[in-house]
Ligand binder design. Sequence first.
Ligand code: G6P
Length: 368
Amino acid sequence: YVVDKGNHRHFMEKEIYEQPEVISHALGHYVDFGSTKVRDLPGSIDFAAIDRLAISACGTAYLAGLVSKYWFERLARLPVEIDVASEFRYREMPLSKNGAALFISQSGETADTLASLRYCKQEGLKIGAVVNVKESTIARESDAVFPILAGPEIGVASTKAFTCQLTALAALAIGAARQRGTMSEADEIAAVKHLIEMPRIMSAVLNSIQPQVETLARELSKCKDVLYLGRGTSYPLAMEGALKLKEISYIHAEGYAAGELKHGPIALIDEEMPVIVIAPHDRFFEKTVSNMQEVAARGGRIVFITDAKGAAASTLETMATIVLPEVDEIISPMIYSLPVQLIAYHTAVIMGTDVDQPRNLAKSVTVE
Ligand code: G6P
């Protein structure tokens, strides 16, 4: 890896655009392109032997973990406890001796994540680490290491590490489902085929949405607050979108489960505040659209991120509708990450902030 910006203005932009390539590389570690099945990883966790999985991480890594909770539970029927590491470490959570714990960290050095790991280890749990830096402390102290193979990430706001974390976690969840006998061979092969197609779809998206996102970013740069909504795995993605936007553009943003709209954020809706709705045409779509109608009825400005089917199914007026390819549920978090990242990036560029080194933030937080 040569760590320079290449033809890009910022490391963040470069890291966004290199995702198809690094994800292909990461996939090679986790799936067999010939049989289109996940590989048996040496020294891995025996998912058939556990009855619970505890996941703990910070920041973007935590949000990757939250996406994976949906996968582990739905595909592998494995209950997942997840919390931010700063809470997890002090919660004195009762841990099942038949459980395993998974820690997700780009750097592998985050103080709270490491403390959570040590707590679980002391409680006798089997420890897995999803890390980018294989020589890191978190990797060294774990029983099983799952590298995300994203290459060095320089931008403080995580992009490619997030989608590589998701890729590794998707493969782990499918592997866990196979071990637990909760996924048929045919379903495994179908899911892995979707993962294998993902880099090509990502390239197509990256090559097409930028002009539209830049136009939208010009509007967003004038706003004080932005709300992101999503359901299912699009809910953690809504939080990731809000996190990314606030980190680098300094615009206040919140990510909410679309179903929680009525329980609070709806009070904020007016003609000023954009609401970014992440809604692929999946089994949650109708529900999310009804939340979108509630926003429209109150004069809210909608940014609709969906696919062709979703766009055709709604007649609501929007500020922008970003249409992505129709993709399987297993890869939609990775595909929908792209507009989310680019919206934050272009808004920050227009605002003139220091995109790669936003104020007050550090790439790796090694103190509590
Ligand atoms: C910092 C970084 C984030 C990152 C988080 C967790 O806040 O700015 O980008 O998501 O730490 O870092 P880790 O290295 O544990 O993934």
